[in-house]
Design a protein around this ligand. Structure first.
Ligand code: SAM
Length: 333
């Protein structure tokens, strides 16, 4: 069964015309570069649109390196059964260039509905629409105004996104609202590990870097990434790895697989450093607090903790099952 597509402002069904998606009041949502644009085109996530269109293939699984990091992270974080997903309706929120859309479309027979608030949808459409156009429905939309009725999806996932939304708790609620009673929700996010989490060059410099023009910040990172990687490596070699938190570069040692080539490390480091210093929002959370948000908004937590997915890599994950509407008040928190 397919999910209805609606105008999130008035719940009126949308139908496709040559002008775009149109509701019964004549409101039009244009289709641009293959994707229906439900949200306003200009918003706080433009940095992501720029980043994912520049680095549209960087983190996608490919047969050449055989790393399958997105595949491994997807199944480690969700614990969903590949075969059982056949015919299920899955919602993905914040798809970026589509590394996880690709996994769902290539490795399962699920029907995927995917949204991202930025023009990253252009990259995702190019990367993934050819794989299974009949099972892929992509929209530029915000987690807060998605073009689907509540209680629509068998599964909902949202990876690497929630910390970049203005209201983490409201975003968790929006994800749970879209799941059917009995549907499963899986999220991963930046964790607060302790008091030291925010003692980091990123949180010291972000008030300045997030206000810079994206082009200027990008070119600054590109020019300086070489020596930053060298110093980062040196600190680790001499046993002072903890000092790297004071360098304005992403955590190359702990967040990249060991098998990347030098050129790939450079490319991933530019992407990840821009990803950390440019966003308007960066609100890491304690895993236990996110579990409480699940319970508060009507989902029973089935897992909260760290999931490892190989090459020394891991993600902070919370999974839950939406309780039946009649039971929503009985969920403890
Ligand atoms: C760090 S990227 C992660 C993308 C992808 N999930 C991945 O792991 O490669 C975060 C994404 O969240 C999207 N995003 C931010 N705020 C959003 C919102 N309110 N609604 C939907 N997507 C949002 C951004 O546009 C961006 O593509």
């Amino acid at each position: 069964m397919n999910v209805s597509i609606i105008n999130p402002k008035n719940n009126s069904p949308l139908t496709e015309t040559d002008k775009g998606l149109v509701d019964s009041f004549g409101n039009i949502f244009p289709i641009i570069r293959g994707v229906a644009r439900i949200s306003e085109l200009e918003n706080y996530s433009e940095n992501f649109g720029m980043q994912w269109n520049k680095f549209d293939k960087t983190q996608l699984d490919n047969e050449i390196d055989g790393l399958n990091l997105s595949h491994r992270r997807f199944f480690a974080a969700t614990h969903w059964d590949q075969v059982d997903l056949s015919g299920k309706c899955i919602l993905e929120v914040g798809s970026g260039a589509g590394r996880f859309s690709k996994v769902v479309l290539e490795k399962t027979k699920a029907v995927l509905y995917s949204v991202d608030y930025s023009d990253a949808v252009t990259a995702n459409y190019k990367n993934n629409n050819p794989i299974a156009p009949d099972r892929f429905h992509l929209f530029q939309a915000s987690v807060y105004e998605m073009p689907f009725p509540d209680n629509s999806f068998d599964k909902v996932f949202c990876f690497g996104v929630l910390q970049h939304t203005p209201d983490f708790d409201a975003s968790v609620k929006a994800l749970i609202d879209k799941a059917k009673p009995g549907g499963e929700i899986a999220v991963d996010f930046y964790p607060i590990k302790g008091w030291w989490t925010k003692i980091n060059a990123k949180y010291i410099l972000r008030p300045i870097t997030k206000k810079m023009s994206h082009e200027r910040l990008f070119s600054l990172i590109e020019k300086n990434i070489g020596w930053l990687i060298s110093i980062h490596d040196m600190f680790h070699r001499i046993g002072l790895g903890f000092m790297t938190r004071f360098l304005p570069i992403c955590n190359v040692k702990e967040s990249f697989p060991n098998s990347l080539t030098k050129a790939e490390v450079r490319e991933w480091a530019i992407l990840d450093t821009f990803d950390q210093y440019s966003p308007e929002h960066d609100h890491p959370q304690r895993i236990a607090d996110v579990a409480k948000m699940f319970e508060r908004h009507g989902a029973q937590v089935t897992f909260s903790g760290i999931e490892e997915f190989g090459e020394g890599m891991s993600a902070s994950v919370v999974r839950g099952i939406k309780v039946g509407i009649e039971n929503a008040d009985n969920v403890g928190y």
